[in-house]
Design a binder for this molecule. Structure first.
Ligand SMILES: *Cc1c(COP(=O)(O)O)cnc(C)c1O
Length: 224
């Protein structure tokens, strides 16, 4: 079996290779290692190989796994990449360093309240429903300017825009569209690209890529 370190090296090499023709610096792409469903003993080898930015999609799972890992590797940064229920906003804002799934007014209000209470202001990406899919989370494209204005008014640090393009479709047009929306709204960072399409995302301006399978291998179970 391939080691965690060699997988990491491989992904990093791909980021560097795709940055060049796009005239970007590889350092401007933050690699988020998506460790959801994987137990701590699978995560430690990546930490030991130097990876420090990780993504989880469930608050409860992250609360179980990460306090101990962070005690050993204190400079670790933890990103929430999955849907967040408003009633978990306080716990999420206490545990995570960045949240990628801010997508509706009710959640915005809960997060603003949590941050006001704790005094800890957590940068958030606004998730955009880039393919306008009814079943999917994310702010509607038409509502985006107004929603961004509300995020700014609530004093939530706006990190950028995030998207998950429709499955089984060429992702490049959606990545390009997210970049344009960011431009139109004066937003800098772009969280886009997963194991299957992060190279395309880097070419199109991703500043944060969320890579699970390419670093950890297949997940043990179906998890959305
Ligand atoms: C699971 C997940 C990823 C990582 O997916 P891989 O295909 O394993 O790289 C990225 N983003 C989100 C939002 C996810 O839920």
């Amino acid at each position: 079996m391939e080691s965690a370190a060699s997988r990491l090296e491989n992904v990093r090499a791909n980021i560097a290779r795709m940055s060049k023709p796009a005239r970007r610096e590889p350092e401007d792409v933050t690699l988020i290692a998506v460790s959801k469903t994987h137990p701590a003993q699978r995560i430690v080898p990546l930490l030991e190989a130097g990876q420090r930015v990780f993504g989880e999609n469930r608050v409860a799972e992250a609360q179980e796994k990460w306090p101990e890992l962070r005690a050993r590797f204190p400079d670790t940064e933890l990103h929430l990449i999955g849907q967040l229920q408003s009633n978990k906003a306080e716990e999420a804002a206490a545990l995570f360093d960045v949240i990628h799934s801010l997508d509706r007014v009710s959640l915005l209000k809960s997060l603003a309240k949590a941050m006001d209470k704790s005094g800890r202001r957590v940068p958030c990406f606004v998730q955009v429903n880039i393919g306008d899919e009814p079943q999917k989370g994310g702010c509607r494209i038409a509502d985006l300017p107004d929603f961004i204005a509300q995020v700014r008014a609530a004093d939530i640090p706006l990190a950028g825009l995030m998207c998950l393009p429709p499955a089984d479709t060429e992702p490049a047009p959606f990545f390009a569209f997210l970049a344009k929306l960011a431009d139109d709204n004066g937003v800098n960072d772009l969280s886009m690209g997963m194991s299957g399409d992060y190279e395309t995302a880097v070419q199109l301006g991703a500043t944060h890529i969320r890579v699970g399978t390419a670093l950890f291998g297949a997940r043990p179970s179906q998890d959305g």
